[in-house]
Design a protein around this ligand. Structure first.
Ligand code: UDP
Ligand code: MG
Length: 316
């Protein structure tokens, strides 16, 4: 494999789920770009495209088989594992076989034309290059608004993720191999990538319409994905429980004074004072207890992920 002074071997990884209608176009476009990069000497001759069939229920795999040649390869998963897993499978499969990989969706919504720019960033020293959507006019209003809200919530919860970056990215071999050490099951790659460190560049691009086929991310699945992203990276929701408990306790104190004053003023009916006090105190104590338990569960959660603690980037 090459160092950065020689042309690197590039692998373009494309996850595919029920993409038969679009794959021929995708392949033509990607092959065209790969060819011109090869001709300009930007990537090595062994550079190739790898389609990962996420066990589609249509003829996607047959199409991949018919497209396969020297520079087009395919793998098929044993069951449908989801977009993130398909990406991981592609990277795992191409580990050791390339110097750099680019992951891109099969539907050509992401501008494959910026790949040479991504590669230029890599050659100038970046290990991670993120494709960032400049605008989302081609997305529906619902998709755009929910996506933007999602990035905001993630930021507010302290999760480092790049606004409007999906899974169109370049990774150097070492960044890819570091990423594969994140052994977690709830995969949210765009949250993990910033944790990799190294030099991370962004390249803006215009996101287009899906060329053919249908989106595999209806609203429900997007919501699941968002919840996955938040819960895999942030323990702040649990901390909020604790804060809420503390708030209840503060209210309980205030209520304590208020109800006792009312009680001794003789303005209350039998049982009201004790009822009011117990409701606020008990809820406060319960919430605080849940918050404390949650902190420990959060710690266990982080431990069981066994994420790498550090990585050495350079030695001299
Ligand atoms: N995908 C996959 N497995 C799935 C769902 C989707 O590999 O279970 C792939 C899909 O083929 C596409 C990419 O993930 O290449 C993104 O999906 P899609 O374009 O449907 O999402 P959207 O762009 O609408 O968010
Ligand atoms: Mg898409």
């Amino acid at each position: 494999m090459a160092d950065r002074d020689n042309a690197p071997v590039l692998c373009i990884i494309v996850p595919c789920y029920i993409e038969a209608p679009v794959l021929a176009d995708t392949n033509r476009a990607l092959k065209g770009i790969l060819r011109s990069m090869k001709e300009r000497g930007e990537v090595a001759g062994g550079s190739h495209i790898l389609y990962v069939d996420d066990r589609s229920t249509d003829s996607t795999w047959d199409v991949i088989c018919s497209l396969a040649d020297d520079e087009v390869k395919g793998v098929r998963l044993s069951r449908n594992c989801g977009h993130q897993c398909a990406l991981l499978a592609g990277m795992e499969h191409s580990r050791g076989k390339c110097d750099v990989c680019v992951t891109i969706d099969a539907d050509l919504q992401d501008d494959a034309g910026v790949m040479p720019e991504m590669l230029a960033s890599y050659l100038s020293g970046a290990d991670v290059v993120l494709g960032v959507r400049e605008e989302r006019r081609s997305d529906s209003w619902l998709k755009r608004t929910t996506a933007q809200a999602f990035y905001r919530v993630m930021r507010a919860l302290g999760v480092d993720c790049v606004y409007n970056h999906a899974d169109y990215r370049l990774l150097s071999a070492r960044a890819m191999s570091d990423l594969l050490e994140y052994d977690e099951r709830n995969l949210f790659l765009r949250g993990i990538v910033p944790c990799l460190g190294y030099r991370q560049d962004t390249i803006p691009y215009r996101r287009g319409e899906r060329k053919a086929g249908e989106s595999k991310y209806p609203f429900r699945k997007m919501l699941d994905f968002a919840v996955d992203g938040i819960t895999s990276f942030s323990v702040r929701p649990v901390r909020m429980l604790f804060l809420l408990g503390a708030l209840f306790m503060a209210v309980a104190l205030g209520m304590g004074v208020y109800t006792l004053v009312r009680h001794f003023g003789g303005e209350t009916i039998e049982g009201w004072t004790s009822l009011m006090l117990s409701i606020w105190f008990c809820t406060g104590i319960l919430l605080i207890g849940m918050g404390i338990t949650g902190e420990y569960i959060g710690k266990i959660y982080i431990e069981v992920k066994r994420r790498p603690r550090y990585k050495i980037a350079e030695t001299i």
